[in-house]
Design a protein around this ligand. Structure first.
Ligand SMILES: NC(=O)c1ccc[n+]([C@@H]2O[C@H](COP(=O)([O-])OP(=O)(O)OC[C@H]3O[C@@H](n4cnc5c(N)ncnc54)[C@H](OP(=O)(O)O)[C@@H]3O)[C@@H](O)[C@H]2O)c1
Length: 201
């Protein structure tokens, strides 16, 4: 089985690549700086990646930037970035990716638990995560029923918490959260958001 993971060099993406490879997938890991280069903001580069890999059984996006910032300081530019990158980048990937998916395959986009459990500073991110969920829920109604489209809402992972200056101890690691990515691909239901273990809303 073949998979594409976009954001493959990142905290979550690299763990997802490892997890899928361990379970037998042949993975094309992509990002702006990878050999298989892609920029999710650029439709032509997404198409070039999909043309290069051909039909696959899973397309995972663990890339997408949205702005973290206090409500009264979030700028139009930060909202635009959040919209164009994490939201529309993944929406376009799903639109284009469906025809490159084998029957039985899954497109898995990444939202985040801030859609359900926000913290101060997460308004733009929570907005994008919730919008992704609404989009995927509706997109599933128009998707060939042999293919699945799912948004996963990972929790804040230990590695990222540490970078934010928080104690990483209470958080799942990216490797632990990558189990949920594999589980979503295998057993997730199209249009139904997926959560990591013990991190349901
Ligand atoms: N980490 C967490 O705790 C957490 C929790 C919930 C949700 N999330 C979400 O999960 C996703 C990944 O988070 P992360 O923490 O793993 O991020 P990360 O460590 O910053 O990694 C981001 C990855 O995406 C790639 N990338 C960035 N911009 C891209 C673009 N325009 N086109 C293609 N690839 C791009 C990066 O590589 P290049 O720079 O080479 O392109 C890198 O591989 C994000 O959407 C984030 O909001 C993260």
């Amino acid at each position: 089985m073949k998979a594409i993971v976009i954001g493959a060099t990142g905290t979550l993406g690299s763990a997802v690549v490892n997890k899928l490879e361990e379970s037998g997938y042949q993975v094309t890991g992509a990002s702006r700086s990878s050999d298989a280069s892609v920029n999710i903001e650029d439709e032509d580069s997404v198409k070039a990646l999909l043309d290069h890999t051909g039909k696959v059984d899973a397309i995972v996006c663990a890339a997408g930037t949205a702005a973290f910032g206090e409500l009264d300081k979030l700028t139009d530019k930060e909202f635009d970035l959040s919209y164009k990158n994490k939201l529309m980048g993944q929406i376009k990937l799903l639109q284009k990716g469906l025809s490159y998916l084998n029957p039985g395959g899954t497109i898995l986009l990444t939202g985040g638990i801030f859609a359900y459990k926000p913290m101060p500073g997460s308004a733009a991110i929570a907005m994008v995560n919730a919008a992704l969920e609404g989009f995927v829920r509706a997109a599933a109604l128009e998707t060939d029923n042999r293919k699945k489209v799912i948004v996963i809402h990972p929790p804040l992972v230990a590695e990222t918490a540490e970078k934010m200056g928080l104690d990483p101890a209470p958080f799942l690691t990216a490797r632990e959260v990558s189990d949920a990515y594999l589980e979503a691909i295998k057993n997730g239901k199209s249009g139904v958001p997926f959560f990591a273990k013990n991190n349901t809303p």
